[in-house]
Design a protein around this ligand. Structure first.
Ligand SMILES: NC(=O)c1ccc[n+]([C@@H]2O[C@H](COP(=O)([O-])OP(=O)(O)OC[C@H]3O[C@@H](n4cnc5c(N)ncnc54)[C@H](OP(=O)(O)O)[C@@H]3O)[C@@H](O)[C@H]2O)c1
Length: 282
């Protein structure tokens, strides 16, 4: 199996990039794809799927923009069909907790003739450093829709370790791992911990959801992003996901990474360093 490339859909993503790097470090050949690679892979263009899949037997799949969107179930159904016709035997699918649309898409894979793993995750720590919340941390004020619920944020390195185990080790087939970090925190607590560790003031401001969506509209953000943020902050953050789960221990026999450890490694990476960021964007 080491000579057959492992397909990774989402090459530059928060988890795909880590899975790619960890597999290569263990000597596995990979084929990591997205819209900007050759061969390319675009969820919105089925014509790109076959050449990306051909010649691979197992795959790590991250869906865009989010498995919770209404079209995800049908797209995953089509994808599983094309995957099977082109020789894929095992799919590891990244999913989100407490999202009905995501769970419908998971079912499509679980009920297919392909062997599977579902890696169902809480919110990623890396949303604060590699995604839409980074700008708020750098500017000194993170503005989000009101949500006082607790979320057991998971580290993307833990997700990647679980994914690599499911792709390369025996004993995981057809298992769903529900992954969370070890502590549930609200956004204010996360920002306080980051601010204290960085030694600079970062304010957390909660605004009504409609004001936040209006601001996204004004900035020209895509409608599916607006829809998704609305779903997350009105439905998914209703308290249903605050429970800490044991998926990391089940898959890896070790505890998940604490938010404080994430903060320390992110500080070392320089991504929250205002001066470095200004130099990089100059
Ligand atoms: N963030 C969270 O807290 C969280 C929690 C639970 C589950 N999830 C799930 O995580 C998944 C995303 O995984 P991730 O966070 O590892 O990835 P990510 O960081 O969101 O991936 C970003 C990459 O996706 C590629 N991309 C964008 N649109 C694409 C398209 N139409 N077709 C193919 N590639 C496309 C882009 O690369 P190119 O420009 O090169 O195409 C971009 O660099 C989603 O399905 C979401 O439901 C996220």
């Amino acid at each position: 199996m080491k000579n057959t490339p492992i397909l990774i859909i989402g090459k530059n993503g928060k988890t795909g990039s880590r899975v790619n790097q960890k597999l290569q470090a263990r000597g596995y050949e990979t084929r990591a794809v997205s819209r900007s690679t050759n061969p390319s892979f675009d969820w919105e263009n089925q014509d790109t799927w076959k050449s990306a899949i051909k010649g691979t037997r197992i795959a790590y799949v991250t869906y865009q923009p989010d498995l919770a969107v209404p079209q995800a179930e049908d797209t995953i159904r089509q994808f599983v069909k094309v995957a099977r016709e082109n020789g894929l035997e095992h799919i590891v699918l990244l999913s989100g907790r407490g999202e009905e649309g995501a769970q419908r898409a998971e079912n499509v894979l679980m009920e297919s003739a392909i062997s599977w793993n579902i890696v169902r995750c809480s919110w990623f720590n890396q949303n604060f450093s590699e995604s839409f919340m980074l700008q708020g941390i750098l500017s000194g004020e993170l503005i989000l829709p009101e949500a006082d619920t607790l979320e057991p944020f998971i580290d993307a390195d833990d997700i990647a370790d679980v994914v690599v185990a499911t792709l390369t080790e025996p004993g995981h087939k057809n298992r769903l791992y529900e992954l969370t970090g070890p502590r549930a925190l609200n956004f204010a607590q996360c920002v306080n911990e980051i601010s204290a560790a960085l030694g600079r003031s970062i304010k957390y401001t909660a605004v009504p959801i409609d004001d936040y969506i209006h601001a996204l509209k004004e900035q020209g953000q895509p409608e599916d992003l607006q829809w998704l943020i609305h779903l997350l902050f009105t439905v998914v953050f209703d308290g249903r996901n605050c429970e800490v789960m044991t998926g990391v221990e089940e898959a890896l026999n070790r505890p998940p990474t604490d938010f404080k450890t994430y903060i320390q490694k992110t500080i070392k990476s320089g991504v929250w360093d205002e001066v470095l960021q200004k130099q990089a964007s100059a």
